[in-house]
Design a protein around this ligand. Structure first.
Ligand SMILES: [Zn+2]
Length: 305
């Protein structure tokens, strides 16, 4: 009897961990990447992110729990272009997970697969105050870059689990189809406002605005990562009055005092746009991110006389 039980126990031990381990454990820098990973990975993967969508992804405070998550990861997916340079590199080193170290097979920077805007010409360093020294890292805000991220992840998952390659390919095809369909709706909603001029706090929206035909004419920050200054704010107010700009898009983690004062000076409106999945409780996937922001924008534009 004992023998049977121990044999059974041995069998269970052999079988259960093997099944659990067969899911690809994906860690991502941001919730957008985790959301897209889930679209193509389904229940063949688990995906968790370090930064939350309501946090400024340039500045994330480290927690011990991040290390535990990184230690167990099979794959680490990052935005790149130095978005995470202030907080992720030491976590990767401290995790001591050999698989996810940069240049190893379990480390994947998604910028290489995407269309990147605002790539600086000539010598640019972070010392100049610009947190985008390699091009704009907020590229996931164009759905086509979301599509490219999904394709790259599906291919990588297939390479890691060749037996499930067909399922990953199928899930990518389905995501691509649903995204194309959703884009038609988003285009239709924003079509009446094509060419409208707006101001944004940080340079989070060039990909979004290029895709949906909006014209960003100025920024509340004098430079990416540099807080507003009185002189720059005055210039911006004059510019907005001159160009007839009414909307100021602000990310949820910035102080609203300067944007509010600019808005009251120009008779405009502040719109708190969500740059990421997880920005609020209602945005749990990549589609809801665009649904939320586009509805907000359409509503704001429709109120301008
Ligand atoms: Zn940025």
């Amino acid at each position: 009897m004992f023998k049977t039980y121990s044999a059974l126990a041995a069998l269970l031990l052999a079988v259960i961990p093997a099944q659990a381990a067969s899911k690809i454990n994906v860690m991502t820098a941001t919730q957008d990447l985790a959301a897209i990973a889930r679209e193509v990975g389904g229940d063949l993967i688990t995906a968790d992110s370090i930064a939350m969508g309501y946090q400024d992804p340039h500045f994330v405070e480290s927690k011990p729990s991040f290390l535990l998550k990184l230690q167990k990861a099979d794959l680490l997916v990052t935005v790149g272009l130095q978005l995470e340079i202030g907080w992720l590199p030491p976590l990767i080193t401290q995790s001591r997970n050999a698989k996810i170290q940069p240049a190893q097979s379990g480390y994947m920077e998604m910028s290489q697969f995407c269309n990147i805007l605002e790539i600086p010409q000539g010598q640019v360093t972070r010392a100049m105050g610009d947190v985008h020294p390699m091009g704009n890292p907020h590229y996931w805000l164009n759905p086509d870059n979301g599509r490219r991220i999904a394709k790259a992840l599906a291919d990588r998952f297939s390479a890691m689990q060749p037996a499930n390659a067909e399922q990953f390919a199928q899930r990518y095809a389905d995501f691509d189809k649903r995204l194309t369909e959703a884009e038609k709706g988003w285009d239709a909603k924003l079509a009446p406002y094509k060419g409208r001029k707006i101001v944004t706090y940080h340079r989070s929206w060039p990909n979004f605005c290029e895709r949906f035909g909006l014209d960003v004419v100025g920024y509340v920050e004098p430079k990416p990562g540099i807080p507003p200054t009185p002189a720059h704010t005055l210039d911006l107010i004059n510019l907005m009055k001159r160009e007839g700009v009414h909307l100021i898009l602000v990310e949820p983690y910035f102080d609203l005092r300067t944007p509010n004062s600019i808005a009251s000076n120009v008779g405009g409106q502040v719109v708190v746009m969500m740059p990421s999945v997880g920005g609020n409780k209602g945005i749990t996937n990549y589609f809801q991110l665009f649904d939320y922001d586009i509805n907000l924008l359409v509503n704001a534009f429709s109120k301008i006389k």
